[in-house]
Structures are given as C-alpha cells and as structure tokens.
Design a protein around this ligand. Structure first.
Ligand code: ZN
Ligand code: CU
Length: 492
C-alpha cells in the first residue's frame, strides 16, 4: 500500500511537549494547519511549508495572562511586546474592578481606572464597541475581558463613596447582562479601592447573581490584603456561595509587615473553601506590589518607590522616604503632594510569595501596568520568572506544573474554549522556549526588557515572535466566553 504524506502549514519537530495539564513532558512533533493543531506524534512523514527544529526545547501552550490591565494597551499598542516576548498569547483584561468597557465617563477616570489611561482612552460605551475596537486593532495576542464593578459604578453614580441605590444597581445590572451577552468572561471587583470600598457585599452579590445563568465568573481584588485578609476572603466565598458562581481571588498576598508569615494560614482558608465551592486564585512572582499611590498604604513601615507623579514627574524612581526627607515633611504629606501618582510597595515576605505561587490552586497573572513609565518588572518578566527563577533555579515547582498554572488551569477556569492545552483540534497558540536559558531580564531599575529564552511564539497558528523579533503579521483577536467544563468544582 502506498501512503501519501500529510501536509501542514508548520511542523515543529523534536520538541519536549508540555501539554498544559501538568503531566511530565514527552518528545513529540506537532503539525499546525489553518490556525489549529492538526496532529501530535511522530510526524516524520509529514510535509510542511515551514519546519521548525525544536532540538529538545520545550513546547507549551501559549501562556494565558489571567490578570492584566491591558484593556486599552491591546488597542493602542497592538504589538503587545511586553506580553508576546514572554510567550503570552492571550491576555484577560478588566481586572480589579476596572475595565475599559462598558464605560461612559462624565469627567476624569476615578482612581484606579486611571491605570488604564486618561479620559480619552475610555471611548467604549458598550462592551460590543470594545470588542469591535480590539478586532479592528488586530493585536498580537488574543484578548478576553471581564467587566469591572467600579466601571459600572462610575457609569451610574456621581459619588462613589456610598452603596449603589436600587435604581443605580438596576442600571448596573442591565449593563452587565448586556456585556455578558456580548461575550464578557464575568465580573471583577476592586473592593480595596476608595471607588468601590463603600459597596456592601449585597451590591456585589446582586451583580454576581447575573453571572450564574451565563456560566461566567467572579474575580476579586479583596477588600483588604492586610490584617483582615481572612475576613475579606470569607466575603469573596460568600459572594460565590450566594450567587452560585466560581470565584478567583486576584493577586493573593499577605500585604504589610504585620501580616507577613500568614501564607500558610490564608492557604488553609482557601483549601477549606475549595471543599465547598469552586474558588481559586492568581499570583505574580514578586514580593513587591504596584498600583496607584494609596495614602492608606503610607504607613512608614515599608519602602515605597514612586513610579510616576502627575505634579512631580521628576520624582519617578525615588523612594517616598527620600522625597519626604528632601521636602522636609512627613511621608503622608509628601504622598499627598505627589498624587495622582503610581507606586511600588515593598510589602510582601518572600516566603509567603513562594507558598502561594506553589499552591496547586494558583494561576499565574502578571498584573502588569502597561501605562506606567517605570513599570513594575512583572509587566515584562512574570512568566519567564516563574519558569526560570522559581521552577528551574529554585526548584519551587516542576516545569510542567509551572506551565499548567499559565495555561490549562487558566483556560478551564475562565472558559477559554480550545485553548490552554496542546491537543488536536485546539487553537495553535504555542510557545517554544529553552528550558536552560529561559529567564526574566526585567528589573525594578530597568523594567522594560524582553525575557531570555523565549525562542518562538505562535498565535492562532501564525509565527508571531521568533529569536527576539516580532513577526510581520499580528494574529490575535477578541475571545468571547466559552462554555466552562460541566463540573466547575473539578475544574477549579
Ligand atoms: Zn488588584
Ligand atoms: Cu490588577
């Protein structure tokens, strides 16, 4: 019998395949055709337009950055180099209660919506308008989006320092339902921020109840990550139970020196809750956080680096303590003068970060801030830092588990259909990296640097990054919420 060779667009041969499920790697060839993975195995008899020799390097599903603030960056900087260079092929935007859509501003964006850009950047009154803008921009990575609770509040409330009235809540609900019908992944909250902290749990539950019917998800930047974190976690579980929705706790951490060493305790709380309901978390691999400059966090017991200041741009890169000394004033007074401003807070203990990162329920999310002129290095380094520093160099977790936390787990939780694993029929979002060389290069002093060892990235089957250079074509698009697997508990 005579067998004809099969044909592919791209053949990746001799890879150590990390399939995204957490199983140990196996040597495989992979064939791509028309944006999909069409064969996995020993494919020596295949023909292809392009053959890539992996030579035993790691091939994994493209990384999914589950926690981003890339809402407007994907439209205004569609090359998305901070993410593409890390091997990220999909970003989830709209986290921490803030989203670019649906938004109609009546003035300047309230803190921390200003992390997404200035007033002009908010030009998507409906979620559908945002989807259209993403697809028109043709970003280099795929984009899926949550709707921010704070964004909904700012649409309907002139004053954010109180609970939403029943009429306001009804209008917020209508906007959320419309966005869910247009493909939103779910709802995010940022209850620690002044723009949302007056919202009672009932306000969140009322909105979250709309998620269940849609098969959507609730993510939350907890009401506090400081001393009362357990109570804040309880509140998140309560929302999940009452609204019958899966919960993701965003950037789980023990913030503030009084709270250091409690990683084991908060993970025990998470494990307890996981016996009863679908709940998980994400985490970035650094012991410093970053956001807008928050006076509540100016307590004098940690270092705070100023990353930008609207009235005093020259203070970027300096410690708040130094600035206060220079101005011969208190840190609080100096912080007030610097606002609006951005900051890096030296507010976690390394041991806690490691525990949370290694926990099986934890996904990787960068929480990178693309508009910051001196961004926290997580923007360019989060994923390779987990692979290189924490998995390979420190042995904190296996490489296959690190990959699972960036791919398979993330796609299942958020309902990103046919992504996150290397399987026949799945979208060809892939990253080829060198297990020996992969490493984050971005530092706090020089944060805008590509990672090392990320050798090639395919987005929807298109070679989008290779040997340090972006490809000629950008192949990302908006991804609507897909069906989450039947047993949500099992998935989590
Ligand atoms: Zn947050
Ligand atoms: Cu965030």
């Amino acid at each position: 019998m005579h067998s004809h060779p099969e044909a592919a667009d791209t053949l990746i041969v001799g890879a150590q395949l990390y399939d995204g499920t957490g199983v140990p790697p196996v040597e495989r060839d992979i064939a791509l055709r028309a944006g999909k993975i069409v064969a996995i195995g020993n494919l020596t008899n295949w023909l292809a337009e392009e053959i890539v020799e992996a030579n035993g390097r790691a091939l994994a599903p493209g990384f999914i950055d589950v926690h981003t603030h890339d809402d407007t960056a994907v439209i205004h900087s569609p090359q998305m180099l901070p993410k593409l260079t890390q091997g990220v092929t999909t970003v989830i935007v709209g986290n921490c209660g803030i989203s670019a859509a649906p938004v109609t501003l009546s003035g300047a964006p309230p803190d921390p919506m200003n992390l997404l850009g200035s007033r002009e950047a908010f030009c998507y009154p409906t979620f559908a308008a945002y989807v259209a803008a993403v697809n028109a921009a043709r970003p280099a990575v795929n984009v899926a989006a949550l709707v921010g609770h704070t964004a909904l509040r700012s649409n309907q409330m002139a004053q954010l320092g109180r609970a939403a009235s029943p009429a306001e809540l009804a209008r917020m609900s209508a906007q959320l339902e419309e966005a869910l019908a247009q493909g939103a992944l779910g709802l995010s909250s940022g209850l620690a921020y002044g723009s949302a902290c007056a919202a009672p749990v009932a306000e969140i539950v009322a909105l979250a109840q709309l998620l269940a019917a849609a098969g959507a998800i609730y993510t939350t930047h907890l009401r506090t990550e400081f001393d009362a974190i357990l109570e804040a976690m309880e509140e998140a579980y309560q929302v999940g139970q009452q609204a019958r929705v899966p919960v993701v706790i965003s950037h789980l951490k023990c913030a503030g020196p009084a709270n250091w060493g409690r990683g084991t305790e908060i993970l025990a709380s998470l494990e307890q809750a996981r016996r009863l309901q679908p709940v998980g978390c994400d985490c970035y691999p650094y012991s410093r956080s970053s956001s807008t400059l928050d006076l509540k966090q100016v307590t004098g017991d940690i270092d705070i680096t100023i990353t930008w200041s609207q009235p005093h741009p020259g203070m970027a890169g300096k410690l708040l303590g130094e600035i206060a000394a220079h101005w011969q004033t208190s840190q609080l007074e100096a912080a007030q003068r610097l606002q609006p401003a951005g900051a890096v807070y030296h507010n976690m203990a390394e041991d806690d970060v490691r525990r949370i990162l290694a926990h099986p329920a934890t996904m990787i999310g960068s929480d990178g801030l693309p508009h910051d002129p001196l961004p926290h290095p997580r923007l360019w380094g989060a994923f390779p830092r987990v692979l290189g520093h924490y998995a390979r160099d420190e042995g904190l977790l296996s490489l296959q588990d690190a990959v699972r936390k960036m791919t398979g787990l993330s796609a299942r939780r958020f309902g990103l259909a046919q992504r996150g694993e290397v399987r026949v029929g799945y979208h060809a979002d892939l990253v080829l990296f060198d297990q020996a060389r992969v490493r984050d290069v971005a530092t706090f002093d020089a944060p805008e640097q590509s990672a090392a060892g990320i050798d090639a990235v395919w987005v929807n089957g298109v070679l989008s990054y290779r040997d340090g250079q972006p490809g000629s074509e950008r192949a990302g698009h908006f991804i609507a919420r897909g069906a989450r697997a039947a047993s949500a508990v099992e998935v989590f």
